[in-house]
Design a protein around this ligand. Structure first.
Ligand code: GLU
Length: 551
């Protein structure tokens, strides 16, 4: 046995498997040429952040557009940061938005695939096989430095104006002889395992980032920790082993990891693995005081995916909107292909923003209005009921008391060639639908200044006499027109504009008066349809109340 073999055997007495056996256990994937294998690898640190969702979506699109595969791996080696149920929240968020996973954790508590376990805490044995092999080759070593020693070294580095870290001459335990290391291990001294970095700070490495282009950085020369003193791996080490064994072809992740790429490439090389391709996604930005800043978990409610569920944005709206910020040509594509499924969009990593896409709530609302406008009444009603059941119990009860009436509300002006775009999210529905219910009708409306109360009362009185609850839209409007001459209003808007001084107003004003009386609003969807749904009794009682209010 060589010295290094002796050392590795003392450090890992229970490890019998070899890297070769693991290669066999996790064979190359049987996918077509060019298929990309991507992953999202969150830590279970709490709620689903928009940035993680966005990155997952980019991974999903990249895999789907190449007939590849997208999997979920849980990076749970940092128990200090772990939040109970943190992974479930992320997974159910993915599920809610129809972001499908092919492998790994695919839903809370549901795991699929042959490349598992998909949870790092269950893979410790696998990591040990590789660390053992590295020690055996002299590429890793045990480090016994205590916290105090490392702090003292750091102070020394700062005093000497040197780069801080465990590298070169400062990597004290790198110089320990195998015999010394063995003696300390046999003595039961605690230790971490470090990489014997082959890097040189004065050399540079270059790699092609699929989003950011060519990037050059100094090589890593730090002897980074591979295993902590409890035998649990660090993220850097674990992810390299996992991405290799799970046969990831493309690592697409937040750009906070760019600075770690030299470490990662070095790990892949030392381990004898082919490195994946990288694409680093810039954070989603927000405009503030004329400048741009990162969307913040603390300051911006829209940074959490829960926000969109609470507000009642349909999943489709969120996905459509995120695509507009992922690839700026998505909107052109959408205009040209209004009904095509999103999966047909030729997504391209290279077209992603390098500086960070700007999040724009108004734009999200516009996109969402279009999405909602294209839905049928039943879909909208069901979605609003589901939303209200969770977030607005009183509204839910109102709608649920008469579901046909509820569907009637949301059917108005829907389905035609020019649907109205009043609602951006389900939380707009309670206000949108308020006047359909007597307790939501707001009687504090005011006439436009151009209409005298007495004239409005006269219009309503005359209308009462001719109101036909069964009238269709054409008859309904003709009735209003027919009322005009006797009341001093002009039945034709064009005619009115030629001689406004001859009239009290035009047919549009007459309909405004009726609209205000019946709905309390100046602007509503098709008033004839509203009146039909409200029914004669309610319409008449609101008109009577209006006449009283005006006199
Ligand atoms: N666990 C890391 C994180 O939560 C993943 C980084 C990566 O995708 O490589 O950010």
């Amino acid at each position: 046995m060589s010295n290094y073999q002796q050392l590795s055997a003392a450090m890992f007495p229970n490890v019998t498997a070899t890297p070769e056996q693991l290669e066999e256990r996790y064979p190359a994937r049987d996918l077509k040429e060019g298929a990309r294998v991507t992953r999202i690898a969150p830590s279970p640190t709490g709620y689903l952040h928009l940035g993680v969702f966005f990155t997952a979506m980019i991974n999903r699109l990249t895999a789907s557009s190449t007939d590849g595969l997208f999997y979920f791996r849980l990076e749970d080696t940092d128990k200090k940061r772990e939040v109970e149920g943190g992974a479930d929240d992320i997974l159910s968020g993915f599920n809610t938005y129809g972001l499908t996973l092919d492998e790994g954790f695919v839903a809370p508590g549901v795991v699929k695939g042959d490349y598992g376990p998909y949870q790092q805490s269950a893979r410790v044995d696998i990591y040990h096989v590789y660390v053992k092999s590295l020690v055996e080759q002299g590429l890793a070593y045990p480090c016994f430095c205590s916290e105090e020693e490392r702090l003292a070294a750091r102070e020394q580095q700062e005093a000497q104006k040197c780069r801080t870290g465990y590298y070169g001459p400062f990597a004290k335990c790198r110089a320990l002889s195998v015999d010394e290391a063995l003696a300390r291990i046999q003595n039961g001294d605690p230790y971490v395992v470090r990489l014997r970095s082959p890097g040189d700070e004065s050399r540079r490495i270059a790699f092609d980032d699929l989003i950011k282009g060519k990037i050059e950085m100094p090589e890593n020369d730090e002897d980074i920790v591979l295993l902590k003193s409890d035998g649990v791996p660090t993220y850097h080490f674990a992810h390299a082993v996992d991405d290799h064994l799970m046969r990831t072809t493309h690592v697409i992740r937040g750009d906070e990891w760019i600075s770690s790429v030299p470490k990662h490439l070095q790990l892949f090389r030392v381990l004898g693995f082919k490195a994946p391709k990288y694409a680093h996604v810039s954070p989603i930005m927000k405009e503030e005081n004329g400048g741009k800043r990162k969307l913040s978990k603390r300051k911006d409610p829209e940074a959490a995916m829960h926000f969109y569920a609470q507000q009642g944005y349909p999943a489709d709206s969120v996905l459509e909107y995120l695509l507009t910020i992922a690839n700026s040509d998505f909107e052109d594509w959408r205009r040209a292909n209004p009904d095509a499924p999103r999966s047909k969009f030729p997504f391209n990593l290279k077209k992603m923003s390098v500086s960070g896409a700007l999040f724009d709530m108004n734009k999200l609302n516009d996109v969402s209005k279009n999405v909602i406008a294209s839905m049928d009444a039943q879909t909208v009603t069901d979605a609003i009921l589901a939303w209200a059941q969770e977030y607005d119990a009183a509204f839910y009860e109102k709608l649920n008391a008469d579901r046909a009436f509820a569907t009637g509300i949301f059917a108005i002006d829907r389905g035609g060639p020019k649907p109205r775009k009043d609602m951006a999210k389900w939380s707009d529905a309670p206000d949108y639908a308020a006047y359909f219910f007597d307790d939501g009708f707001d009687a504090s409306w005011e006439l436009p200044e151009t209409i005298a109360p007495a004239d409005a009362a006269a219009v309503l009185n005359a209308y009462k006499a001719v109101y036909d609850p069964a009238a269709d839209k054409q008859v309904w409007f003709d009735t209003l027109k027919a009322l005009c001459p006797a009341l001093g209003f002009c039945p034709e808007v064009k005619e009115y504009k030629k001689h406004p001084e001859d009239f009290k107003g035009h047919v549009g004003d007459v309909s405004t008066i009726v609209r205000l009386a019946v709905t309390g609003r100046r602007n509503t969807p098709d008033l004839c349809a509203i009146m039909q749904l409200l029914g004669a009794q309610r319409v008449m009682s609101r008109i009577d109340a209006a006449i009283e209010k005006l006199s």
